[in-house]
Every structure is written in structure tokens, then in C-alpha cells.
Design a protein around this ligand. Sequence first.
Ligand code: PMV
Length: 327
Amino acid sequence: MVATSAPGKAILFGEHSVVYGEPAVAVAIDARVHITVEPCEGAWKMDGYPLDGDRHPHVASLLDAVLGEDFQSHAIQVRSDLFPAAGLGSSAALSAAGCAALLSISNEPLDKEKIATFAHLAEAQAQAGRASPTDTSTATLGGCVLVSDKREESANWQYTRSLETPEGERVWEIHSVNLPPSASEMWLVVGYTGIHAPTAELVKGVADLLTRNPAKMEDITRMGEVARNGVAALSAGDFIQVGELMDEAHILLAGLGVSCPELDDMVEVARRTSFGAKLTGAGGGGCMLALTDKPDETAAALEMRGRRVLVTPLGAPGVTVEKASKN
Ligand code: PMV
């Protein structure tokens, strides 16, 4: 039996602008997808039912890529701590944890670059050939991750990821960001609107806005600067500056039309007890996050608004094999 897990993620800076080549910064959060895999009779199973590639495209794609055909059937069980479809990277965590489990049962080395690659390809295959490696790299590496179209001096370069997309080849440089010891006193409070908003529609909305109003591209460029300044402030432990940049990022994102009244309200409430707050991920619903050293107060204020919250340190361990035994 093999048990693995991988963390979800929250984007600190760079959602949407990353689509236009600007950098994005994400942290692994303390909420994980857990997977167990054990041999079974008959066909492969997922949560007790025969594995259906249409319902579980990530797993089907990983089976193909990692094991190929004619491998002993196994039963896969998945348990998730994450709000589903809320922009917290649950499918990336599933892909990274699933890949580690499949490599483990086939006695292959658990190379992180390999896991990040297979997990990214599984995400891309499930999303019509388009996926940035932000979520899968964060689920794999853990900690704080910077994704850019070039190697950035402010962070530790880890590997290059490329993908053949319908628009041609795309290349990303993946880095880890070292956080100072003072980051252990900081918390992210993630608040969930309860609204599911499809990422693809929001990305298209921004593309349409930029076509109608090309001057908005200046805001995308500014979002890239905010992300780079954010990495510098995070690395220096200047959390007041990080918070101010998060506030600015929210204003810029709202200007692209991807916030909503619920997110604006939660951000406003959370700011009273935090360094800064912004929507995280695609927007239109989904989640917001606040950076705070008073997580109980910030969480309570959001809960008073009837919202579900999750409190996490800045960063969590990446993909992990919890157990690998012969029985
Ligand atoms: O799917 P989410 O909520 O993690 O957001 C994706 C981030 C975007 O920048 C909006 C899209 C992308 O592919 O990077």
C-alpha cells in the first residue's frame, strides 16, 4: 500500500497577468489532497468505483504516462482538505500526489522535476492543452514558488517547464523563494465566497477587456512589477510592504473586472486585522486571502460574515510519500 499527499496553493501575486508573461508567486497551503493506492482485483478503481477517464481525466492521464498498459490494477482512494473548485489547486495537488503514488508502486525514483512534469501534463490534458505550471509546481515543490517567463535573480531557479499549447510552445522558469525565519510568525487566512466561477471564463473576460481597451495592458505590466516587488519584500521579511502590494494587486485585479461584491466585502473586512488582503486565483468568486499576524481575529471576522475560512502558514511541504509498504 502507498499513501501520498500534496498541498493546495494560494496565489499571492500575479494571477491573470501571468497569462501575459508576467511572473506569479504562489505558496503551498496547509490543506492537502491525500491519496492511497493498493492492489485490487479486476479493473482500476477510484473511490470504490471503476476508474472513469471522463470523470477523472488527471488520473487517467497519469496512469497512461507513468505506468502504461498491463500494470497490475490498483484501487485509488482520494481525500481532500481543500474547498473544491475554489482556485486552491485541488486538481494539481491530486495530480502531484497521484504521480508520486504511481511512481512509488512502479519502484521509480521520486524525482520532483519528473513529478512536476507529469502533473503539469495531466493538468494540461484535462484543460484542452492549456495550463500554467504554477499550481502543479507549488504542489510538488511546496514552500513559496515563483513562475516567470525568464530566470529571475531574486529566487532560486529549479527547472524549466515547456508545453505545446494550441497557441504554440510556452516556456516557464520555475523558482523557489526563500522566506526568512520571521515568516513563521505570519499567517494567511483564506476565505471562501462559496461561489464557483470557472477560470476559463474569467481569463476570457480579461482577454476581451484588453482587446476593447488596449491601455489596460499597462495594468498587466504593473501587476508584474507588483509581483516582483512582492518577492523582494517577502524575501526581506518586510510584511508591511507585502500587505500594501497585496492591496494594490486587488485594486488592479478589480480593475480587470475579476472581483465581485462578495470578494470586495471579505477583503475589506479582513484588512481591518491584517497587513493586506486580495482575491486569490481567477476571481469572480472562489477565494480571497489576507496576510496577518492575528489569524484568529481575521478568521473570526470572516466567519461572522458566514464565510468558510482556512488558516495556513506561508508555505507547506510539497508532495510527500507518507507510507510505502508491501502490504
Ligand atoms: O484556477 P485558479 O483560480 O488557480 O486561477 C488561475 C490563475 C489565472 O492566472 C487566472 C489563470 C492561469 O492559467 O494562470
